[in-house]
Design a protein around this ligand. Sequence first.
Ligand code: ASP
Length: 355
Amino acid sequence: MSNTHPQPSILIIYTGGTIGMIEDPETGALLNFDFEHFRHYVPELKRFDYRIESYTFSPPIDSSDMEPKHWVKIAQVISDNYNLYDGFVVLHGTDTMAYTASALSFMLENLGKPVIITGAQLPIGKLRTDGKENLLTSIEIAAARNAEGLPMVPEVCIFFENRLMRGNRTTKINAEGFNAFRSFNFPSLADAGIRIKYDTKLIRRPVAGAPLRVHHLLDTSIFILTLFPGIQREYVDAVMQMPNLRALVIKTYGSGNAPQKPWLFEKLRQLDQRGVIIVNITQCSQGSVEMRRYATGLQLLQAGVVNGYDGTLEGTVTKLMYLLGQNLTKAEILQQLNTNIAGEITLSDENSIPN
Ligand code: ASP
């Protein structure tokens, strides 16, 4: 959809996070400030020949306080302004940025415009801030068009420290360094050096003519169980007895393996029979679950556990929230878990589980 403005138009949605904070002179703690300060700290914004407007969360929040209701709000702002802007830049704290990016990738079906999420490790008012670079390049990417005049990256992405990554493939890996995000199982969509080099064959494009469809219903009746040597039956029992549990994500070892404890497989089988969806993802940062590779994985498969492939924790949890929020049967949810909806998993025939 085109807008009526000849110059590129970008809406910056400022949700909060370090990028927009300043130090309280008395306590030294970081506090949020108004978006208008950005224009003061980033005078370069004026040099863009773009129409740049902003929407600020009131109050801006540290991303540790992000909740699904905030994702709904971001999605709503994008949808309300969809026809008015060429692209969207979401400024967000880094702590839960990968969750927000993943959730939005499922919530914004048929997205045809860029939604570039970025933030910073140092506030924009600091001399050595990484925020300026991240913000300016994100704006440029959000406004970029290809030779046919179509948006270059009509996807939900995270741009951080010179790399544009698919949002639902991204994880925060560093609490201090500027290079804070990685996409271990999928290559970057673009690298920003002297020029921004896009890997166009990797970029997803919506079905032509399909209108944006926003999904607002998310169900958080999910728990994450991380396996570790010595894990105790009583604790696992307590998790599995939670009455409203609808999905369990198990973080297993290596290619999707669990200890050979009969009580564990029995519990999982009971959960599966109760209708709970159990998804297996690996504790490794890189690589995919392949439950048929070892006996220790095969038993999980036989207990009803489904393959999370090479999905990130953030992508898997938010995909489940989205699927549980739709009015789907368990069989339909399992089918969707074995489907690559928004580029979040790599399917291989060897991995796929017949439903
Ligand atoms: N705690 C901050 C947040 O996630 C950290 C950051 O922005 O980098 O909002």
